[in-house]
Design a protein around this ligand. Structure first.
Ligand code: ARG
Length: 252
């Protein structure tokens, strides 16, 4: 009886360790770090042809270089990213996740790699403020802080969710919704590209954006934070940020 119980315990602990995230030592030994992103959230992470690019892709590549590692990129729909992380399909996620108390229950976040906010974009004459969203139809990407915050706006009309942020933008352009709420930098680019057809309204909320590791993977978190601090201090971060935004978007 006791023997059997012991065996079961051993089997369980083996299973548990097989399902554990790779520690820093294991990643370092392998020489390659597996990083996941969405690849559909310009200008932060996107596909250009079959090439993954964007501010966060360049930044994460710089972090890996700093850590002396090669990178294996994995792309996943936004809504699956943190689930896959907890299934150990990759070592960390960089996909513009706002650091929220809800997400902090599921994963651990690195120090923020940029600060931003959620802002309204609409057609000229459309709703520009939270108060003006009363009774209006708003498009947002599913699983995001935009959905969370727009849903809290008193009296807001229908909040339509889309698997991809770019689809939510397309709904606004097609006139199927009154407004789109998304990242303020993304919104600026969108308004610029649409030349007078869209305008940016109020900022609804601010957020700090961080990379996520599996809950408890403190050895990897420590290395990521150290590498981030290095590139923030040696000019690399400022250079990449300048290329995408014409300014340094780190949190201050
Ligand atoms: N910052 C928002 C959030 O935290 C949106 C992130 C969307 N990221 C993406 N790769 N689509 O939910």
């Amino acid at each position: 009886m006791i023997k059997k119980a012991l065996l079961t315990l051993t089997a369980l602990s083996l299973l548990a360790s097989a399902a554990e995230a790779r520690t820093w030592d294991e990643i370092k030994k392998s020489g390659t770090i597996r990083i996941a992103t969405e690849g559909a959230f310009p200008p932060f992470n996107l596909m250009k042809g079959n090439q993954l690019t964007g501010f966060e892709v360049d930044l994460a590549n710089a972090l890996a270089q700093q850590l002396g590692l090669k990178v294996q990129w994995v792309t996943q729909p936004f809504d699956n990213l943190l689930i896959g992380l907890n299934q150990d399909r990759y070592d960390f996620v960089i996909a513009s996740h706002g650091i929220t108390p809800e997400r902090q229950k599921a994963v651990d976040f690195a120090n923020p790699h940029y600060c931003t906010g959620g802002a309204i974009v609409t057609h000229p004459g459309g709703p520009m403020t939270a108060a003006a969203l009363k009774g209006k139809t708003v498009a947002v990407q599913v699983g995001t802080t935009y959905l969370q915050n727009v849903s809290k706006v008193p009296g807001v009309g229908d909040v339509k969710t889309f698997p991809k942020d770019t689809d939510a933008q397309a709904a606004l352009l097609a006139g199927r919704v009154d407004a789109w709420v998304g990242d303020k930098f993304t919104g600026l680019d969108l308004v610029k590209a649409q030349k007078g057809k869209l305008v940016q309204g109020d900022l609804l909320f601010n957020e700090r954006i961080g990379m996520a590791v599996k809950k408890g993977n403190s050895s990897l978190l420590k290395e990521l934070n150290a590498a981030l601090a290095k590139v923030m201090n040696n000019g690399t971060y400022a250079k990449i940020s300048g290329e995408y935004f014409g300014q340094d978007i780190r949190c201050r």
